[in-house]
Design a protein around this ligand. Structure first.
Ligand SMILES: N[C@@H](CCC(=O)N[C@@H](CS)C(=O)NCC(=O)O)C(=O)O
Length: 204
């Protein structure tokens, strides 16, 4: 099994797929593509990834891109730790959060790239659009975590990785975030698989 990721190891989607594979205790290799050199557009990679993006999972002769699709595939195919809640409504909610985090908050993602988490590179203050997106994230996260638990849905799920990574874009920039959300994100951040990803050696 192989997971294709960006050579800088800063993709939050690649990180999410990496944690999902680790949670299932699967043996896999990492293969890196230099996105700055557009290696994701080379013919061989495009052929099996179809969409030419990272991450892409190669499982024997089946390949799959899109991190949340990878997590759902692993959940259905492999036993082990559950990546999603068993309850159908909570599972639907986890998928909602994953889809939302991948399709909204563009200004926040632009102002607060993941390099802050993985390379300690701090950016300028938030733009007004970034601030609006940050407030939206804080509102959504506060609503979901109103129960005060350590995870979104009782037991840990892959949506916790995605939400904590998004919150850490702000927290690690020392932007203002409510204490309970900082505690949640810090706790999630300690997860061994996420720490393994964070602590990978990275090219400058
Ligand atoms: N929704 C996708 C997003 C994947 C994505 O944006 N990948 C970026 C790296 S972070 C990429 O491959 N960029 C290169 C390109 O699109 O050509 C997922 O969850 O996997």
């Amino acid at each position: 099994m192989k997971l294709f990721v960006d050579s800088k190891l800063v993709s939050p989607y690649a990180a999410s797929a990496f944690v999902a594979l680790k949670a299932k205790e699967l043996v896999f290799e990492l293969d890196v593509l230099d996105l700055c050199a557009s290696e994701q557009t080379n013919a061989k990679y495009s052929e099996f990834s179809i969409t030419g993006r990272v991450p892409c999972l190669m499982d024997k002769d089946f390949s799959l891109s899109e991190s949340s699709a990878i997590a759902e595939y692993l959940e259905e195919y492999y036993p082990g730790t559950n990546l999603y809640p068993k309850d159908i409504f909570l599972r639907a909610r986890a998928r909602q959060i994953q889809a939302w985090l991948r399709s909204d908050l563009m200004a926040l993602r632009r102002d607060r790239p993941t390099e802050v988490m993985f390379c300690n590179s701090v950016k300028k203050p938030l733009t007004p659009e970034g601030e609006t997106a940050a407030q939206k994230l804080i509102h959504v996260a506060s609503t979901l975590l109103i129960h005060g638990g350590a995870n979104l849905f009782g037991a840990w799920s892959i949506a916790d990785v995605d939400l904590s990574v998004m919150l850490n874009r702000l927290i690690l920039h020392s932007d203002s975030v409510p204490e309970n959300l900082i505690a949640y994100a810090k706790n999630q951040w300690q997860q061994p698989a996420l720490q393994e990803w964070v602590n990978f050696g990275r090219p400058n």
